[in-house]
Design a binder for this molecule. Structure first.
Ligand SMILES: Nc1nc2c(c(=O)[nH]1)N[C@H]1C(S)=C(S)[C@@H](COP(=O)(O)OP(=O)(O)OC[C@H]3O[C@@H](n4cnc5c(=O)[nH]c(N)nc54)[C@H](O)[C@@H]3O)O[C@H]1N2
Ligand SMILES: Nc1nc2c(c(=O)[nH]1)N[C@H]1C(S)=C(S)[C@@H](COP(=O)(O)OP(=O)(O)OC[C@H]3O[C@@H](n4cnc5c(=O)[nH]c(N)nc54)[C@H](O)[C@@H]3O)O[C@H]1N2
Ligand SMILES: [Mo]
Length: 723
């Protein structure tokens, strides 16, 4: 180590779910280099993004000073101002909008960013709650369809501990790509170990992914957004060949007979045979039948679907169907099985945790009725309120307001921890919506595509510049030690909130320094708080957890928190909300913009928008080391490229009625014909004609939510042509 250099272990976090352990070297208040966990096994090793984080901290385009807009909105011209002027403007605009239109006219948008225990979205919601309220969002971009399905079927969500896959004889990775998708630390390592130990892997994905290359014994390509049909046809084979676990179904589930009636065609005259599904999914009927038999006759077997097939139109049906298959094969509550949920690092084991800052009760929520189509017993009540805006519909709501049937008219937006314009559907519509607002304030680290539309920019620091702790996806908690001072005049979330609260005249924000908050939250959770700070981590649970273990081992004492106390294949909660296109048993519903849509004549290719190796969404897109890794390109099969005269590296237009992007083509056998992939998260960069040269996938996606709340970013049609 160079003289004067010190090393610290800190937990990382940037909306990837990682919470890995970074070894950060600091000299004279400057980060000099970064390495990863080199401690005891299993190590919490970082991926390439965190290892490149030094370039993000010291990026020349970091937003370091408060700014106000000087050009036209969206032009990105700003002038440096003082914190006092910036906060005064935000506070007075908030008060003006609230007094003129009511508090619901102020919309607070947020998502991932950092998800620490202190510096997080709660910190900000509390400011607006105490100041009079604001409109909040609902719908988790990642997996609202899965949340809905879990709540309806099991009563609460679950995940499969990646360490338990080694106990599976067969693992079916359904749209799950952990070799690239860091969603919890070390999942691909855990799979590689399972592979070595003899687990057989099948990957069902429209792409031959890095994960397929790493572990798959078999790759089954599928047309996107049709997965429910494949699962239901598997159920048909299992039922008709009498391979289902009747004891399990009788003991633990409710309403299987209704599902069986649908599958066999008793309900609608259409037996859901493999041949029926072949026409929809493009998987040969024979392959569906083989997969069904293998899954039903190999014990234990883990069906492990990711979030992506659920981010489709009617995506909640996919998850409900997967849970049903897991129940039919009796693979729930046992080691090596899976309730049909994705692999995570933590499984479902709760972590011990102290109390975080209270939000203060948002008056806009408090005065709101419930949505008619919200599940009655949903664990979190907020998302079920009429006053909330679904993340796919915020911009529509801003444009239409009450006249469009929304709860309010909307005049001001404040964002933190989100690059909204870029990351939510229909960017061109979002541009119009942002232009229509009276005031926009953005708390950011960079002048992102959304930040360009700000009237006031508030610079926030990175996690190296303040202390926090991350719950992440451990069986561990990680400590984030402040290792350098905030760069420029950037400030932490808590500091910004405390200052804004003062400007708004709030005297009970309850401001404590971050260290006191941290100690209050973390000290009760860890065995030795000082050692925790030193090592950066506390690990819990040496044994892999098994979701729903108690409910299966001891159903009398541990009923599922559903109306029947059982796994509800027929959901009484869904039945009660009587919503068209939300059937009480899982069903295949033809998604909008499928290949059968008349629109397919104009736009014949199905678009998927996968998460990218070198970014966490939009974060890191501007980092030179990472840009060298892989090009932002549209991936398409030679069968689609050749008739269009497209070769690898050609610039192509990808377009539909919503917009157009121009990016290079990558021609590859690793994606099926008829499907193109534009990795999500590239920064929107329109030219003078409004054509995006950055390659932002959401220029092309549709801003309509699925009935259960899924954001359908993998359901859409496009055309590709040489530019
Ligand atoms: N490197 C990296 N890791 C990340 C993130 C990131 O941005 N970058 N983001 C994090 C976050 S917040 C999240 S929510 C997760 C997201 O995690 P996922 O949702 O799992 O990620 P995706 O890449 O969208 O999709 C995974 C796989 O599903 C396939 N797929 C897409 N549509 C379909 C379909 O309709 N059917 C089937 N069978 N497969 C389909 C894709 O080809 C891809 O290989 O990743 C987390 N981890
Ligand atoms: N087409 C398509 N769209 C998608 C998806 C998809 O698969 N396809 N995936 C969706 C999913 S799963 C998700 S989770 C969303 C993600 O959407 P976002 O959360 O909007 O994506 P990020 O790029 O992570 O944006 C976080 C922003 O917060 C800023 N930020 C502000 N304060 C802080 C801070 O304190 N720390 C950090 N680290 N950042 C801060 C960052 O600079 C960054 O600009 O995208 C969704 N959008
Ligand atoms: Mo996500």
């Amino acid at each position: 180590m160079a003289s004067g250099e010190k090393a610290y272990y800190i937990g990382t976090d940037m909306n990837c779910g990682g919470a890995c352990l970074l070894k950060v070297y600091v000299r004279d208040g400057v980060i000099t280099r970064m390495e990863t966990d080199d401690g005891e096994e299993p190590q919490l090793r970082n991926c390439l993004r965190c290892r490149a984080y030094r370039q993000r901290v010291y990026a020349p385009d970091r937003l370091l000073y408060p700014m106000k807009r000087v050009g036209e909105r969206g032009e990105g011209k700003f002038e440096r101002i003082s914190w006092d002027e910036a906060l005064e403007t935000v506070a007075s605009e908030y008060k003006r909008v609230k007094e003129t239109y009511g508090p619901a006219a102020v919309v607070y948008l947020t998502n991932g960013g950092d998800m620490g225990q202190v510096h997080n979205t709660r910190t900000i919601v509390r400011v607006f709650s105490l100041a009079g309220g604001c409109t909040l969002m609902w719908g988790i971009a990642s997996n609202e369809g899965w949340m809905f399905a879990c709540q309806a079927t099991y009563g609460y969500p679950a995940g499969v501990d990646h360490r338990d896959v080694i106990n599976s004889k067969l693992a079916i990775l359904w749209g799950q790509n952990p070799a690239v998708i860091i969603d919890g630390c070390g999942s691909s390592f855990a799979l590689a170990k399972a592979k070595e130990a003899g687990t057989k892997f099948i990957v069902v994905d429209p792409r031959y992914t890095d994960t397929a290359a790493l572990v798959a014994d078999r790759w089954i390509p599928i047309r996107p957004a049709t997965d429910t049909a494949a699962l239901i046809a598997m159920a048909y084979v299992i039922i008709t060949e009498d391979l289902h676990d009747k004891r399990f179904l009788d003991t633990y589930t409710f309403g299987f007979d209704r599902f069986q009636g649908y599958v066999l065609g008793e309900e609608d005259g259409v037996p859901k045979t493999p041949a029926w599904a072949e026409g929809i999914t493009s998987i040969p009927a024979q392959t569906i039948a083989e997969l069904a038999r293998e899954y039903a006759t190999t014990k234990p077997a883990a069906l492990l679907p990711s979030k992506a097939p659920g981010r489709t139109a009617y995506g909640e049906q996919f998850h409900r169907a997967a849970f049903t298959l897991a129940a039919m094969t009796g693979n729930i509550g046992i080691h090596g099985g899976s309730p049909g949920c994705e692999i995570t690092q933590r499984g479902t084991t709760p972590l011990p945790m102290g109390s975080a800052m209270k939000t203060g009760g948002n008056p806009v929520d408090a005065g709101s009725p419930r949505r008619r189509d919200a599940l009655p017993t949903a664990i979190s009540k907020g998302p079920g309120l009429v006053a909330r805006l679904h993340n796919s519909e915020v911009m529509d709501a801003i444009l239409k307001g009450k006249a469009g049937g929304y709860h309010s008219d909307y005049k001001m937006v404040y964002t933190a921890n989100v690059n909204y314009l870029n990351q939510y559907p229909n960017v061109n519509k979002a541009v119009r919506a942002l232009q229509s607002l009276e005031f926009i304030a953005i708390q950011e680290q960079f002048i992102t595509s959304t930040a360009k539309f700000a009237d006031i920019l508030l610079p926030t620091c990175t996690f190296f510049e303040r202390s926090d702790a991350v719950w992440g996806a451990g069986p561990h908690l990680a400590y984030q030690r402040k290792v350098i001072e905030p760069l420029g005049e950037s400030r932490s979330h808590l500091d910004i909130c405390m200052a804004l609260a003062k400007k708004l005249g709030i005297d009970n924000y309850n401001d404590k320094p971050e260290e006191e908050w941290l100690e209050q939250i973390m000290a009760p959770a860890v065995t030795d708080y000082e050692r925790f700070k030193e090592t950066g981590v506390e690990k819990f649970y040496s044994e892999p957890s098994v979701p729903f273990k108690n409910e299966i081992a001891d159903p009398a004492n541990y009923p599922f928190p559903t109306p029947s106390g059982k796994i509800e294949i027929y959901s009484q909660q869904i039945a009660a909300i009587e919503t068209p296109l939300l059937p009480a048993i899982p069903k295949y519903i033809e998604p909008w913009e499928s290949v059968n849509d008349p629109l397919a004549e104009k736009y014949p290719l199905q678009l998927i928008t996968t998460h990218f190796k070198r970014r966490a969404h939009t974060q890191f897109d501007n980092i030179p080391w990472l840009r060298e890794l892989e090009l932002q390109a549209v991936k398409l099969n030679p069968q689609d490229a050749e008739p269009r005269g497209i070769k690898g590296g050609d610039l192509v237009r990808v377009f539909n009625d919503r917009g157009e992007i121009v990016i290079p083509a990558e021609v590859t056998q690793r994606i099926i014909p008829g499907v193109v992939d534009v990795p999500q998260g590239a920064w929107y960069d329109p030219d003078e004609r409004g054509v995006d040269r950055g390659g932002c996938a959401n220029v092309l996606t549709k801003d309509k939510r699925s009935p259960g709340g899924a954001m359908p970013s993998n359901s859409g049609l496009v055309q590709v042509e040489k530019a």
